[in-house]
Every structure is written in structure tokens, then in C-alpha cells.
Design a protein around this ligand. Sequence first.
Ligand code: SAH
Ligand code: SF4
Length: 370
Amino acid sequence: MSINLLDFDAERFATFLAERGEKPFRAKQLMRWIHHFGAADFGVMTDIAKATREKLAAEAVIAPPSLMLEQKSDDGTRKWLLDVGTGNGVEAVFIPEDDRGTLCVSSQVGCALECTFCSTGRQGFNRNLSTAEIIGQLWWANKALGRDPKGDRIVSNVVMMGMGEPLANFDNVVAAMRLMLDDNAYGLSRRRVTLSTSGLVPQMDRLREACPVALAVSLHAPNDALRDEIVPINKKYPLKELMAACQRYLEKAPRDFITFEYVMLDGVNDSFEHAKQLVALVKDVPCKFNLIPFNPFPNSGYGRSKPDAIRRFRDHLIQAGFIVTVRKTRGDDIDAACGQLAGQVKDKTKRTLRLAAEGKTTQTIQITRD
Ligand code: SAH
Ligand code: SF4
């Protein structure tokens, strides 16, 4: 199998070129062609000698995942379904806002962590994405969206909040994020790259050392009993450990707060008492809250909290001194909202079979070309 140069961050480029007796500056040239200009063909790299290009082409390719489908929502949200082989697809979503353009990137085909309210989790797990498949999502989005009249890229921010648990695919996610930050690739500031995790404590510590970026933590419950139920990884890393890991992360984080995500599930985690418990839970962690009204999917068994409940919950947090945003639901007409990303996952964990037996399967989301 050929080497795929989209798998390489700067360090791997350096080793690869040194082993072939090439000068270090070639790394910069190649990275710029591939990531600044979206080149997938050595032929266009006219500032590199033809003989060198031929040598490279003999053993390496630049192979982004191929595009299966592109969709546009009425609100400007765009979604790309990318072919990651053997009948599997993953999704990347672009969300335009007044002051920024955010790409939501997937890290795995499915997810093994089984949060009960998440469509990706319900689909089971197939495999980790490669670095090329992760950075390939940004490569494609930049190709499709280009630059604004000032010459700045339309994609200004990345959130690792698509399908999968990014910290469960640590090495490939870190290499892809290093490319996002590299000036010869995407040049994003660490503050504009956010990784969202359900709370893998040891990997949060590793991330702080390897590639500190802004961190969002999917909390969703203010006590262990409820979190054990809806975010089962909590049984392994309970709230006390998670809060301590958040504090440690902040010692090196590019932002001085953690964003706690909290999905609002009707009658499950949205009472006034839950809000009070939450305030007590996070008292030692500088943080902001992002309340996410639950996005329904077929047979989820959950409903979205009532607007009044969301307001009461938010107001309590604000009165306690926190900055709180309630996430606007974007792109739900193309199933691109949080937790609706289903892609095409061939489950290897038998989770879908188990749920089918319990009558709790999700229907495969039909994506049609029109
Ligand atoms: N695995 C990571 C990142 C992907 S999920 C994590 O769990 O943090 C991105 C966010 O969407 C998480 O906060 C997740 O809990 C939330 N989410 C999942 N399903 C959802 C749904 N149906 N409605 C609203 N938010 C959901
Ligand atoms: Fe996985 Fe995140 Fe979904 Fe939980 S919420 S199942 S960790 S993708």
C-alpha cells in the first residue's frame, strides 16, 4: 500500500524526507501544496524538481477520503458525507455564524461509548479514523468553501464534536490537530480548535502535554447515579476524578476555562434541583456552560426539555455567576445537528443487534440525492 502524505504531520514529514535524503524545507513546500492549496497531485507542485516529484509519486500518494454526498441546509449549514471504505461513511458539518465559520469534525466510524441519548453511540463502533481521514474533512471543507474577499479562510474554527470520541483515537486525532495548528497547513490558533470529550481522564492528561487545545467536556448530569446511566464511561471515571482532571488540564490550556456541555433531556436531567447540584459540582473548576437542547432521532426514547425548563435551568446557572449559552439547533433539516450525525456505520460491536432485540434500534437515517 502506498504512503498517504495526508497522514503526515510536520514531524512525520521531517522523518520521511530525511530518510530519503531530501532537504528539510521540502516538508514546508509539500505541506503548503497539500494543505494551503488543496493539491492532491504532485504534477501541480511546480517549485519542486520534476525528478523529485517523480520519486515521491513512486511511493506516496495524497489521498483524501472521497466525497459521497454534499448537502446544504436552509440556514447555510453544510454537511459532507465522506467515504471511509468498506461501506462506511463519516460526516463533517460546517456551521456559518456572523463572526466565524466552524467545522465540526468526526474522529471515529461510530462510537463505542454508548451514551444513551446519542445517535452515533446507538450505532455501535466500527473503527478509528486515520489522520488522513480526519484532516481530510478540513481539506474538503476548505476546497468547497474557499476564502472570503479578504483572503481569509471561511473555516476559522474547528470543533472535534462530530461522530466518535476523539480521545479514544488519541494519536490520529493529535496528529490531525497538529496539522490544524501548523502554519504550513491550516494555521488555526489553539483557542480556535476545541476538542469535546465524554471524559476519558487519562487521555485528558495526555492531551494537556501533547497538544493542548480548548476543551469541552460532555457533562450531561450533575451526580454520579444519573451520569452512570446516561454517560456510561462515568462508571470508569466518576465525576470527582473528572473534575480534578479538568483542573489539571487548565494548567496548560490555551483558554482559562472548560466548556461543560449539557444536553437538555426532558424530565431526565433538567430540574431546578439538577441545576443546583451542578453549581455545587463545578465550584472548583473555572468553566462556562453550553446547554444543548436534545436533538431527537427515531426511537431515541428521549424528548427535548421544554423551553421553560431550559430557561429556568439557564437562569439558575447565570445567577450563580456562570456564562451560559444555549446552543441554537442548526442544520436539523439535513440531520446535521449535534448527536444526529449517523453517517453510515457497519457496527462491529453487535450493539445494534442487542438494541434491536430490546426494540430500541434507531432507523438508519436516509440520505437521498435529489
Ligand atoms: N464524543 C464526544 C464528541 C462528540 S458528541 C463527546 O461526547 O463529547 C458532541 C456533543 O453532542 C456531545 O456533548 C454530545 O453529548 C452531544 N450530543 C450527543 N447526542 C446528542 C443529541 N441527540 N442531542 C444533543 N446533543 C447531543
Ligand atoms: Fe460517543 Fe460522544 Fe455519542 Fe457519547 S456522546 S456515544 S462519547 S459520540
